[in-house]
Design a protein around this ligand. Structure first.
Ligand code: ADP
Ligand code: ADP
Length: 239
């Protein structure tokens, strides 16, 4: 079944930058889909349109049967909890610990940052510990985020997304700042998230070889247009 459907989406910045023009494709429940394309192709703009960090200029974005472009503030907030975001630069709060970052995500309770752990129930904390263990971070739970390697930081990013119990993960260049070994660890975790947890993964990558290795489906984007939509097995050099 289809979880996400992008229909004729365009995005114009100002008068002359057409970042996306007439993008259409769909993503199935549990599928691992990579969006590939050169720098400036529009990959990041597309992901930001999907969770409405920015507004598409035209088209429809149907997620879980509702058009996110029409959602009012409250409904949008609900939908966003179902979409976990992963960023190239992790976007952690440096002076919080790993477990605090996990619990107190971007969508977390509003408060001062002091005493974050006190805001959460025992059950929520246990869930965080469980997710951090799956990601191999149990030994680092009480370290500050800025004490971690890049690969560790990105695993915290994944933990913070997973604790929302999302239907889909949107990952914007999750391995672009990592060495190849750390990148493999992250990609393997994302693969498990899709294949074992059944969470849909939509990931922007500029490394074509990595995309080919992990994806069920590849969306190739160039100059804001879809130039490939299909299996990683049928892709050719010309694509
Ligand atoms: P990619 O993620 O594939 O590298 P982007 O989505 O970041 O590509 O960018 C696509 C195009 O949109 C580029 O030409 C970029 O300069 C432009 N763009 C992206 N964000 C903005 C913005 N906030 N304002 C104006 N132009 C933008
Ligand atoms: P990665 O393994 O993701 O490439 P780095 O190259 O950034 O990460 O880090 C390599 C090692 O340096 C890691 O083991 C990490 O624990 C340590 N490290 C990185 N940044 C810091 C920091 N700010 N403070 C302490 N140790 C750090």
């Amino acid at each position: 079944t289809t979880l996400l459907e992008i229909n004729h989406v365009s995005k114009q910045f100002g008068n002359d930058t057409k970042a996306l023009s007439d993008i259409s494709f769909s993503v199935n429940e549990g599928e691992f889909v990579s969006i590939i394309g050169p720098s400036g192709a529009g990959k990041s703009t597309l992901l930001r349109c999907i969770n409405r960090m920015i507004d598409a200029s035209n088209g429809e974005i149907i997620f879980d049967n509702s058009n996110v472009l029409n959602l009012k503030k409250k409904q949008l907030k609900m939908v966003r909890t179902k979409i976990g975001m992963i960023f190239q630069h992790y976007n952690l709060v440096n002076r919080l610990s790993v477990i605090e970052n996990t619990l107190h995500g971007n969508l977390g309770k509003k408060s001062t940052l002091a005493g974050v752990l006190g805001l959460y129930s025992q059950e929520e904390k246990e869930q965080a510990v469980e997710i951090l263990s799956v990601l191999g971070l149990q030994e680092h739970m009480y370290k500050r985020a800025d004490q971690l390697s890049g690969g560790q930081k990105q695993r915290v990013g994944i933990a913070r997304a997973l604790i929302q119990n999302p239907r889909m993960m949107l990952c914007d260049e999750p391995i672009a700042s990592l060495d190849p070994n750390s990148a493999k660890v992250i990609m393997d975790h994302l693969q498990n998230i899709s294949s074992k947890m059944g969470i849909t993964v939509l990931v922007n990558l500029h490394q074509v070889d990595v995309a080919l290795k992990y994806s069920d489906k590849i969306i190739g984007i160039n100059s804001g247009q879809v130039v490939y939509n299909g299996s990683p097995n049928n892709i050719t050099k010309e694509d």
